[in-house]
Ligand binder design. Structure first.
Ligand code: FAD
Length: 310
């Protein structure tokens, strides 16, 4: 039996989360189809078809799929599920919104945020905010899986493309309706896929100071900006900058934590960074146990100095 990979995209570009999920899927089985559900998303389907190892791409286009709301998208996936023994998606906001509904409709248990494929029916996934790794074996006839993509390299793209087959959207149940998208417009790289992330914590003390101290440095480094939950809750940084268990999971080449103590819930979101730099005035702060490079001192002196040096 085969694997159906639910693609992540914005109707224009295919996210590299799809290529990473394909690498995970290839460890489960060889017959992998990608489902591109969207509206005017032919270009996305063509990009998906060029990913190495794809058998074919299923393209479902309709008004109801424009924003991939959970209800119509899950109906579509369930209508296709009979041909597949695995349905897999990256653990993005969309994947985490759609796949639980698919699992519920199929009456199977979702296996969430896998970080390793041990065997086609056995997976590793973090629990307790990443403090333990659980090995799960499933006997479900259809496996519904989300993938924490940071641990999987993106599958390569090639010139020759697999076939693209159009599939009909299942009837729209009309259970949900798209109202609006509110994006924070930024020139900086996207937090989840940035190569460098600089994050600020409660120590920043105010939104003004966060912007004054962290943003110029981020711009010089070409970095995405992250924040601890304490900084977000205090209103120093917007919600979508939060890194951690209840925020974004990041795995950049370089993560710079500024005035962040290193609570386990924060560490759960950034411990996979290749190089971690911590700047904190408390030499005993837990973040230093994790950091590759630690600087003990006041961020209000050190960060402007670092920016000048750059
Ligand atoms: P603090 O812990 O207050 O640390 C501030 C640090 O700044 C201290 O180490 C201090 O020494 C240092 N400092 C102060 N002034 C300076 C200065 N001038 N120069 C240098 N250093 C200075 N947190 C997250 O981040 N992400 C999550 O997703 C998340 N999810 C959670 C989920 C649950 C269910 C729970 C219970 C908590 C969660 N938290 C999360 C909160 C987490 O437990 C911590 O409270 C939070 O991470 C602390 O943020 P902080 O490090 O900025 O603040």
């Amino acid at each position: 039996m085969a694997i159906l990979l639910f693609a992540e995209h914005d109707n224009t570009a295919l996210s590299d989360q799809t290529a990473r999920t394909l690498t995970a899927a290839a460890k489960i089985g060889a017959e992998i189809d990608i489902l591109v559900a969207g509206n005017a998303a032919k270009g996305v389907a063509e990009a998906a078809a060029r990913l190495a190892g794809v058998r074919k791409v299923l393209l479902a286009e309709s008004e109801a799929l424009t924003h991939r709301l959970a209800e119509p998208t899950a109906d579509l996936l369930v209508s296709l599920a009979g041909n597949y023994d695995t349905i897999i998606a990256p653990a993005t906001t969309t994947g985490k919104n759609v796949l639980p509904r698919v699992a519920a409709l199929l009456d199977v248990m979702q296996i969430s945020e896998i970080i390793e494929v041990v065997a086609p029916d056995t997976f590793k996934r973090p629990i307790y905010a990443g403090n333990a790794v659980q090995t799960v074996q499933t006997t479900d006839t259809t496996k519904v899986i989300t993938v924490r993509t940071a641990g999987f390299a993106p599958a390569a793209s090639q010139d020759a493309g697999a076939a693209i087959e159009e599939v009909a959207q299942a009837a729209d149940s009309g259970l949900s309706r798209f109202v609006e998208n509110r994006f924070s417009v930024s020139e900086r790289p996207e937090l989840s896929s940035a190569r460098i992330v600089i994050s600020g914590g409660r120590a920043l003390g105010s939104e003004e100071k966060f912007r004054e101290i962290i943003l110029p440095l981020a711009d010089k480094l070409g970095a995405a900006v992250g924040a601890s939950r304490a900084a977000v809750d205090a209103g120093y940084a917007p919600n979508d900058w939060q890194v951690g268990q209840t925020g974004k999971i990041v795995a950049p080449d370089l993560y710079i934590a500024c005035g962040i103590s290193g609570a386990i819930q924060h560490v759960a979101g950034m411990k996979d960074a290749k190089v971690i730099v911590a700047i904190n005035k408390d030499a005993e702060a837990p973040i230093f146990q994790l950091a590759d490079y630690g600087l003990v001192g006041d961020i209000f002196e050190l960060l402007p100095e670092l920016e000048r040096q750059l």
